[in-house]
Design a protein around this ligand. Structure first.
Ligand code: PLP
Length: 386
């Protein structure tokens, strides 16, 4: 199907991968809770021989995930980090990887503390500076690892700009698209080679599962990823695949509401004068708002960062008095969450880097849910009064 003929993403969300069951007509793909498959004759299975290698519920999910990123291939995993791990395990030994310096803390930990021990080289840098990236890439660089918007500072990286630089040296570009979901940002269309998601977040959307996915149009890489998954086993369960298939049906609707709520809340917080800074790519005050408009054409997602004008004790008091926002790690669910990156999600980031980036006592991150935004604004107001 050419891009012109492609169905719109709202329709893809509802239909891709899910076909009525040929035996009973069930409209939803069943949960094929099986580890093995009966073979009509030795060594000649019908489709799969063992569920680490493949499962019908997982296959339906992967068809849906591929269609969402307009990719030929999707591989789904037990978690976002399992998906990231598999991409790194598919590299050649001795590879150099250039990474956004403010990637999600868990991604940084995986690269610094696990894979660096095996002779891979990870160089962390500010990927907003395209000249610096162009000067840094070399023939050893196999990957540029982009996260945009970044977690938790909501900095943007120019995917098309980075991809053009990578192509010159034959490196591939991976984009962690977790904060946007495929509804708000389509990295492959902008020149990236690989998209990775923590499906735990917006794609799952209900804070009730852990999962990950990789999408690509690169046939050779897809084959390597499938081999790594089969050999190492980071698969998700049929039940979780089913939950994701169900979640994806409302993904477009949810992203629209998350984005509308977050924009209204960010504007209200900025106007309140109670914060020294409100960071949201949809605000005209965001230094990369023009790039956000180009790269995230369907909305700016539900993540907001704010700096409070208080010390740690005051920030703590604010967080514990929120009533609608829950104080919790993670993001992307229908319910609004507040998080203190310095002591929660980003505690594993080296302290010097946290300081350089501005992940400090005053920074609070909101994951804006789909509640009525008036209640969210009022919740923040009443917690500030305490
Ligand atoms: N990427 C981003 C941007 C994240 O925020 C997270 C988790 O918070 C991950 C990857 C890791 O995903 P998971 O927790 O599903 O392993």
């Amino acid at each position: 199907m050419s891009a012109k003929d492609a169905q719109s993403l709202e329709t893809v969300c509802v239909h891709a991968g899910v076909k009525p069951d040929p035996q009973n007509g069930a409209i939803m793909t069943p949960i094929f809770q099986t580890s093995t498959y009966v073979q009509p004759s030795p060594g000649k299975p019908l489709t799969w021989d063992y569920s680490r290698g493949g499962n019908p519920t997982r296959a339906a999910l992967e068809t849906s995930l591929a269609a969402l990123e307009r990719a030929r291939h999707a591989v789904s995993y037990a978690s976002g980090l399992a998906a990231e791990q598999s991409i790194i395990q598919a590299l050649e030994p001795g590879a150099r990887v250039i990474v956004s310096e403010d990637v999600y803390g868990g991604s940084g930990r995986l690269f610094r503390r696990l894979f660096a021990r095996y002779g891979l080289q990870f160089d962390f840098m500010d990927l907003r500076d395209l000249d610096a990236v162009a000067a840094a890439v070399d023939a050893k660089t196999q990957l540029i690892w982009v996260e945009t918007p970044t977690n938790p500072l909501l900095r943007l990286v120019d995917i098309a700009g980075i991809s053009a630089i990578a192509k010159k040296v034959g490196a591939k570009v991976v984009v962690d698209n977790t904060f946007c979901s495929p509804i708000l940002q389509q990295p492959l269309a902008l020149g990236a080679d690989v998209v990775v998601h923590s499906t735990t977040k917006y794609i799952g959307g209900h804070s009730d599962l852990i999962g990950g996915a990789v999408m690509t149009n690169d046939d050779e890489l897809a084959e390597k990823l499938r081999f790594v998954q089969f050999a190492a086993g980071a698969v998700n369960s049929p039940f979780e695949c089913f939950m994701l298939l169900r979640s994806i049906k409302t993904l477009a609707l949810r992203m629209e509401r998350h984005s509308a709520n977050a924009l209204a809340l960010a504007r209200a917080l900025e106007d309140s004068g109670e914060f020294s800074s409100v960071i949201y790519p949809g605000l005209e005050s965001h230094p990369q708002h023009a790039l956000a408009r180009r790269q995230m054409p369907n909305g700016y997602s539900g993540m907001i960062g704010v700096y409070l004008k208080r010390d740690m004790e005051g920030v703590s008091r604010f967080l514990t008095h929120l009533r609608v926002f829950a104080l919790a790690e993670s993001l992307g669910g229908v319910e609004s969450l507040a998080n203190h990156p310095e002591v929660m999600t980003h505690a594993s980031v080296p302290p010097e880097l946290r300081q350089k980036l501005g992940i400090n006592a005053q920074l609070v991150r909101f994951s804006v849910g789909i509640e009525n935004v008036k209640d969210l604004i009022e919740d923040i107001r009443q917690a500030l009064r305490r």
